[in-house]
Design a protein around this ligand. Structure first.
Ligand code: ATP
Ligand code: MG
Length: 335
């Protein structure tokens, strides 16, 4: 059975890392067909729009997209194409694994293996109620938390724990200060947690969470939290395990799911073959899990780990002398 996925090559280093990722994916014979669609600067040049309707239609049709980083030029309608995509498809769950890999610049050479599940549509990101007084002295922002939004993200985290055999959920909040918004999130989380007696659940205030992550990251398994806290925490976690070149993310909704590298388009190294393709490849792993190919996902992750262990053809950001494609070939040869 073949499945078609939407492929967005993106901007900057996007096309290079996508070529590498598709090379490895092809070597796996995962039975996937690619439908190319444009977004970002490439789309603006070709179609006069950052996010053409044909791209939205493709994602809606295929329900699965693999996406490289996109550049959103200032003053082109939206503040971020990525945020716009999340809104259009109600991609409410942002799932970001952080795992220690061998031979990386990690603070913790082993022992970090956690997933941040970030609510992706509410909180401080609703884009409403932002104002600046006429004299420029006072700025306001509205945050919105709903019971429905909180329930579905917490449920997603618990279901993810069951599916992946993880044992513990940490609900991260600031309900002591943000009594209304974070309070509703926390109370809703407690109700959902009661339905999953097989999964351990604890609560942690966000500031303490940051300290605990730096001191004893191994105590965490799955973190579930609201939009802004999740944004910050997931980058902190990427830092714990050696940086952006190894950080994948999935944006999951009921109508579609988009898999991506967490890093940006890195124009400073674009076109030079220096980009590390691992983050996008790890996102491919998340995609394979999501579409019901967990064996292939594991095969891919094992090949990545083995390549890092051997330091075979790894890119300069990992201290190697390889390039994007030689790294990809080394991974493909270990599948
Ligand atoms: P954007 O505006 O799209 O976010 P950026 O340059 O900010 O672009 P980032 O991902 O934030 O992109 O890049 C931060 C730094 O990390 C840059 O110096 C970049 O070269 C480096 N970097 C990002 N991704 C990779 C990668 N896959 N491999 C190697 N270096 C990377
Ligand atoms: Mg950036």
């Amino acid at each position: 059975m073949t499945q078609t996925i939407t492929v967005i090559r993106g901007d900057g280093i996007g096309p290079e890392i996508m070529e590498a990722a598709l090379f490895v994916l092809d070597a796996m014979n995962a039975g996937l067909q690619y439908e190319e669609a444009d977004a970002g600067m490439v789309a603006l040049e070709k179609h006069g729009e950052l996010l053409p309707q044909s791209t939205l239609d493709s994602i809606r049709r295929n329900r699965i997209a693999l996406k490289s980083p996109l550049t959103t030029p200032v003053g082109e309608g939206f503040s971020s194409i990525n945020v716009e995509l999340r809104k259009r498809f109600d991609l409410y769950a942002n799932v970001r694994p952080a795992k220690s890999f061998p031979n990386t610049k990690s603070r913790f050479p082993s022992g970090v293996d956690l997933i941040t599940v970030r609510e992706n549509t509410e909180g401080a990101y609703i884009g409403e109620g932002q104002s600046l007084s006429e004299d420029g002295e006072t700025a306001m922002l509205t945050q919105k938390i709903t019971r429905r939004g909180s329930e579905r993200i917490v449920r997603y985290a618990f279901e993810l724990a069951r599916k992946t055999g993880r044992k513990k959920i940490t609900v991260v909040h600031k309900a002591n200060i943000l009594k209304s918004t974070s309070g509703l999130f926390l109370r809703t989380a407690r109700v959902v947690a009661a339905e999953y007696p097989d999964i351990q659940c604890n609560e942690m205030i966000v500031d303490n969470t940051c300290m605990q992550l730096v001191m004893r990251p191994e105590q965490f398994d799955i973190i579930v939290t609201t939009n802004l806290f999740g944004d910050i925490i997931s980058d902190l976690c990427a830092g714990l395990v050696g940086g952006l070149g190894l950080a994948p993310g999935a944006n999951i909704g009921t109508e579609a799911a988009i898999f991506e590298a967490v890093h940006g388009s890195a124009p400073d190294i674009a076109g030079k073959g220096l980009a590390n393709p691992c983050a996008l490849l790890l996102a491919v792993g998340q995609m394979l899990d999501h579409i019901g190919q967990p064996e292939n996902a594991t095969r891919l992750r094992n090949a990545i780990v083995a390549t890092l262990e051997a330091k075979d053809s790894v890119t300069p950001d990992l201290g190697g002398e390889g390039n994007t494609m030689s790294f990809a070939r080394a991974i493909a040869s270990r599948l």
